[in-house]
Design a binder for this molecule. Structure first.
Ligand SMILES: NC(=O)c1ccc[n+]([C@@H]2O[C@H](COP(=O)([O-])OP(=O)(O)OC[C@H]3O[C@@H](n4cnc5c(N)ncnc54)[C@H](OP(=O)(O)O)[C@@H]3O)[C@@H](O)[C@H]2O)c1
Length: 321
């Protein structure tokens, strides 16, 4: 089967380790299921894997990809929940110390087939196309949990979304607007700021610009480049929810502001299967659909990765085998 795999890792030249080639079809262990992938989406996570972050070198070659929607051997249309945990774990699976995301320990979704634990299959609503559904399990689920589980935001509150063009950020803008929040977004790029407003942001600003009012929460995935602005933009008692650090993980903590204004900094990672089901119900109920920037054939995966690395994306990149 055709697959896009990580065969070597380089922090400077991540694409040098990407191989799009035939691989053996996966075996299906007891309790697992095969999904014939109809659509898979790219995430920044796949670039981190090629850079050597989060994927151990002794696991190579590894099929990349966290997200997929497809059809099981017995004909069910499904979305794949990307978090694989200990089968004996109970409760919030994002807190399972043994959890991993597809393509870290188990072969990923950028392939004609992927094999996952049967409990990771979630029925795909008929209202969503395979391409739309394939955007949900990582970026959209992460944004959903940040906004609705971790932030404490209530309808009518103000939220700032940093780095408007990103996969998580576009999801957060659209979901926040659908939930009745006042949405500010930032981007380095003027065209992306205009698109953020089309997507649902009430106003979009240059990265680092002063906002018209302080916000109740910030959705932060950019990291070092925007952290200081995120801290300064919060009202006293506000919440900074962070799930990524694309521009670097070690900003100034701004401790004086943190304690004096009684800010809360909350980490967030992926989401639960239940949150994925809630997210899909929200999409069906509101008509909200993931923003797909481009659909490419799996054979042209390298072009998608190049766009992701260049930051030249607005929404999600989808690959179809
Ligand atoms: N913890 C989790 O469960 C989880 C899940 C999903 C993603 N993540 C992490 O979250 C981050 C974003 O993921 P993604 O898939 O949404 O990535 P992405 O689509 O590549 O988006 C990254 C965005 O960050 C902004 N950005 C990048 N470098 C910047 C800089 N130097 N200064 C200002 N802005 C910058 C860009 O926005 P503009 O061009 O608009 O400025 C870009 O669109 C990644 O680090 C990823 O690993 C974590």
């Amino acid at each position: 089967m055709l697959a896009a795999s990580c065969v070597s890792q380089s922090s400077d030249d991540p694409l040098s380790g990407l191989q799009v080639a035939d691989r053996p079809e996966p075996e299906v262990p007891d309790g697992w299921a095969r999904v014939h992938v109809r659509a898979a989406s790219l995430n920044h996570h796949d670039l981190w894997s090629l850079r050597g972050v989060g994927l151990a070198a002794d696991r190579l070659p590894m099929v990349l990809g966290c997200d997929a929607a497809g059809v099981t051997d017995d004909g069910r249309e499904v979305v794949v929940h990307a978090l694989v945990g200990d089968p004996d774990w109970t409760g919030d699976e994002t807190l399972d110390p043994k959890r991993s995301i597809l393509s870290e320990l188990h072969q990923g979704t950028l392939a004609e087939q992927v094999v996952v634990p049967a409990r990771n299959l979630v029925p795909k609503p008929a209202e969503l196309s395979f391409e739309q559904a394939a955007c949900l399990p990582t970026a959209w689920l992460t944004a959903y949990r940040m906004l609705f589980t971790q932030s404490g935001l209530q309808p009518g509150d103000r939220v700032l979304v940093q780095g408007a063009g990103g996969g998580v950020a576009t999801a957060a803008i659209a979901l926040a607007r659908a939930a009745g929040l006042v949405v500010y977004a930032t981007s380095r790029d003027e065209a992306k700021r205009a698109r953020a407003v089309e997507l649902g942001a009430h106003e979009a600003f240059e990265t680092g610009a002063r906002l018209p009012a302080r916000v109740d929460a910030v959705i932060e995935t950019v990291g070092k480049a925007t952290w200081g602005h995120s801290m300064k933009s919060l009202r006293p008692g506000g919440t900074l929810v962070v799930s990524g650090a694309t521009s670097g993980p070690d900003p100034s903590a701004d401790l004086n502001r943190l304690f004096f204004l009684q800010l809360r900094v909350v980490g967030s990672t992926m989401g639960t299967r239940t949150e994925l089901e809630q997210l899909m119900r929200l999409c069906v109920a509101t008509g909200l659909r993931p923003l797909v920037d481009e659909v490419l054939p799996l054979a042209e995966a390298a072009r998608g990765f190049e766009r992701l690395r260049a930051g030249d994306v607005f929404g999600k990149l989808v690959l179809t085998p």
